[in-house]
Design a protein. Structure first.
Length: 360
């Protein structure tokens, strides 16, 4: 693949080169970031939607029955979580190529992108690498502004020949008329808090064809005891580079995996659905956790680590993006050896992991 360049004369060709740059495993991090910045600028100039990092942007979020759908400006900002964007785009491309090989024939692959946002970031660049008749694409978003933005992009980037249908709606309840080959649903925050990823997965995973693929393939949340400040300092010194190294650290103690979310396991997870009588809401029972007796327990913090398998080898591990930063469990503090907590996952308007003291 050719290196990324800003000298291309047409926007459509720029988009193709951006896609090639992002997919090229030899592209260094600086060029990957530049390519994504160029993509964001290109989309903003066409659509008029600007990535907004300010907290004031939250005022336009949509509060759904199953979580918060962030507003279009905040969704546009996600493109600048560079490692996250690159890994998802590479994983989706790999999934599409895998489906092409396993489903040969004249029928286009049916692709649903739930919560596409104003730039359809995880799919739009890849269109330039497929013929228009290879894909049948459905974009779903709760915000009409996002869909209108994508429509402008398709027109200005000369992508109108692609078979793309847009629908305004809640991906937690969307029903597709036929089975789908690929579902893309990245509607989450770290530790699966606030946004409706679990509810979206539960709804859309049942709408896959027999060999269909759900993106992301798997999300796990692990509870660990760790010295957060120490890990952060090591990260700054580039000593903490990957999950394999971080989980092998002598100062981190893995307790248990609380959530193992995938389209294959979602039914099993929802088999443990119940009413949380204290909070009067639906919840998913997870497990009981006991705080171990370890030396200098008071120097540790209980942390949730989110890890994401997008597709096959395309993964996001500890500290690699905003979604995989640790989330501190203040409800378990101060840590006391032998104390037991019952963990559940609350459904409803603000999804999150909930802790209840279960010590006898």
């Amino acid at each position: 693949m050719e290196p990324y360049s800003t000298m291309d004369s047409t926007q459509e060709f720029q988009l193709k080169v951006i896609a090639q740059t992002l997919l090229n495993e030899r592209t260094d991090n600086a060029d990957l970031s530049r390519a994504l910045d160029q993509f964001a600028r290109l989309c903003s100039e066409i659509s008029g939607v600007d990535p907004d990092p300010s907290y004031s942007a939250w005022s336009a979020d949509s509060f759904l029955q199953e979580g918060v759908a962030i507003n279009p400006n905040a969704a546009a900002l996600c493109v600048m979580d560079y490692q996250r964007s690159v890994v998802f785009i590479r994983g989706i491309y790999a999934a599409l190529k895998s489906l092409e090989q396993s489903e040969p024939g004249d029928q286009p692959l049916k692709v649903l992108y739930a919560g596409c946002g104003p730039f359809a970031t995880l799919l739009l660049p890849l269109l330039t690498l497929f013929s228009p008749n290879a894909l049948e694409i459905y974009l779903v978003d709760i915000h009409q502004e996002s869909l209108s933005s994508v429509a402008k992009l398709l027109t200005e980037l000369n992508l109108e020949d692609y078979n793309i249908t847009m629908a305004q709606g809640d991906a937690c309840h969307y029903r597709h008329p036929t089975l789908l080959d690929l579902v893309i649903a990245e509607t989450m925050q770290k530790a699966l808090e606030q946004e409706p990823q679990v509810a979206v997965t539960e709804n859309l995973s049942t709408q896959l064809s027999e060999n269909g693929i759900f993106i992301p393939e798997n999300i796990t949340i692990e509870l660990c005891l760790a010295r957060l400040k120490e890990e952060q300092e090591q990260l700054k010194r580039n000593e903490l580079l990957c999950r394999e190294r971080s989980t092998a650290m002598s100062t981190r103690h893995a307790i248990t995996t609380l959530i193992d979310l995938s389209s294959q396991r979602i039914k099993q997870i929802f088999d443990h659905k119940h009413i949380n009588s204290d909070l009067d809401c639906n919840a998913l029972a997870l497990c009981e956790v006991s705080i171990p007796s370890i030396a200098h327990l008071e120097t540790y913090q209980p942390l949730l680590f989110t890890r994401i398998k997008v597709f096959e080898e395309h993964m996001l591990n500890d500290y690699e993006c905003d979604l995989t930063l640790p989330s501190r469990c203040f409800d378990l503090e101060p840590l006391k050896a032998g104390q037991t907590f019952r963990a559940s996952y609350l459904l409803g308007t603000y999804p999150k992991i909930h802790w209840q003291n279960a010590t006898a």
